[in-house]
Design a binder for this molecule. Structure first.
Ligand SMILES: *Cc1c(COP(=O)(O)O)cnc(C)c1O
Length: 390
């Protein structure tokens, strides 16, 4: 016999999932209805409206794909890319790398523009690549969760459209934590995820396609190379026809509906201000402990802090102690940054003052026990200072 399910209550300060709001967890256990039940249609329509509000878009084709953020990524790429299309992928971390992999699988002609991990992609780089190649699609990651960098979008969007290409933007980590304005930025297709700043468990990926993206989809010569993610069929279920394609994950959609309602209740300005303040408090505390940020100054995310691991500290052992003795999860570095950085998430419900204090206290205690002379009291004072000054 299997043991009874009994997961611990962790403080989730990694790169996602974040701690879900209690009302989201409640929604997950609401009665399951059929996917063609009028009560479920109401949930769908309200979630679509809330997603449009959150994305700042009027795009009719805005809904959650069944699957995690990567399914949203694949949805955007598989619907837009036809064999032989030239796709310019901006790569400055794990998620740009993943997009490049998908482009190659789809038979796209891959052109990469790269920046060191921890830095932004500069518009001049994209401008040059657009001169060198006749590009159909440009892809960009708004919030690179692997490096903690916030990518400016507007200039690259302008260059992309001047060159007659479409822009795909990854908003998995940014949505719900900082401003995402899809129509103002003229983003043609975007995808996000539920488990980062929306504080819903992983399982759905909100996507949005504008008319230019839908037109490209409509001009395809061949079928979309994925049956499951083919928007020409899925849009008939999320639109007025309500035609069956695959069974919508009912409970996950309840969870997303509750999560979006919580974002609405808090209000966007208050929510973004909270993410920004807690980020500044954490950074102030960590700096006193001798743990500096690893991401490019002026382009740092509020919801994901990539920091340098202090000299002589055993990365895996420390994170294990944090998890088992303090119940706190943080993330390790990925790729070139493995063993060199930690990734500390302050996403959605996890972005809280008590979490910032608990983490700095725990890190200070562990480093002290390992013999480092770290001023924990001063670090906590620096954090309090940020909250007092606002
Ligand atoms: C988490 C993440 C993804 C992938 O989402 P999954 O839910 O893990 O599939 C894609 N892009 C970014 C920027 C992410 O942070």
């Amino acid at each position: 016999m299997a043991s009874p399910l009994n997961p611990p209550r962790r403080i989730l300060l990694g790169p996602g999932p974040s701690n879900p709001h209690p009302r989201v967890l409640e929604a997950l256990s609401a009665p399951v209805v059929g996917h063609l039940d009028p009560e479920f249609f109401k949930v769908m329509e309200e979630s679509k409206a809330m997603l449009r509000w959150l994305f700042h878009t009027d795009n009719e084709l805005t809904f959650p794909v069944s699957g995690t953020g990567s399914a949203g990524m694949e949805t955007c790429l598989v619907n837009l890319i036809e064999e032989g299309d030239t796709v310019l992928v901006c790569v400055n971390g794990v998620f740009g790398t993943r997009m490049a992999d998908i482009v190659e699988r789809l038979g796209g002609n891959l052109v990469k523009v790269e920046a060191p991990w921890g830095e932004i992609i500069r518009p001049e780089q994209v401008e040059q690549a657009l001169k060198d190649h006749k590009v159909d699609i440009v892809t960009l990651v708004h919030a690179e969760t692997s490096t903690g960098v916030l990518q400016p979008v507007e200039e690259i969007s302008r260059l992309t459209h001047d060159a007659g290409a479409l822009l795909v933007l990854d908003t998995v980590t940014s949505l719900g934590g900082c401003p995402v304005t899809i129509d103002a930025w003229n983003v043609d297709a975007t995808y996000s995820g539920t488990q980062k700043c929306l504080s819903c468990p992983p399982g759905l990926s909100p996507v949005s396609f504008n008319q230019a993206a839908r037109d490209k989809l409509g001009r395809r010569k061949g079928k979309v190379k994925s049956w499951y993610l083919d928007l020409t069929m899925i849009e008939r279920y999320w639109g007025e026809d309500r035609a069956y394609h695959h069974t919508a994950p009912i409970s996950m959609n309840y969870g997303l509906h509750a999560a979006l309602s919580e974002v609405e209740n808090e209000g966007l300005e208050a929510r973004f201000a909270r993410h920004e303040l807690n980020h500044r408090a954490l950074v102030a505390g960590l700096e006193v402990l001798g743990i500096p940020l690893a991401s490019q100054e002026g382009h740092r995310l509020w919801m994901l802090n990539s920091v340098k691991i202090p000299e002589g500290v055993n990365d895996a052992a420390l994170r294990k102690r944090l998890l088992l003795d303090f119940n706190i999860e943080i993330g390790g570095g990925l790729g070139a940054l493995a063993g060199k950085t930690w990734r500390i998430g302050l996403m959605g419900e996890s972005s809280r003052r008590d979490n910032v204090v608990a983490l700095v206290q725990a890190l200070g205690q562990i480093l002290k026990e390992e013999g480092a002379d770290v001023p924990v009291t001063d670090a906590l004072g620096a954090i309090e200072g940020v909250y007092t000054r606002g």
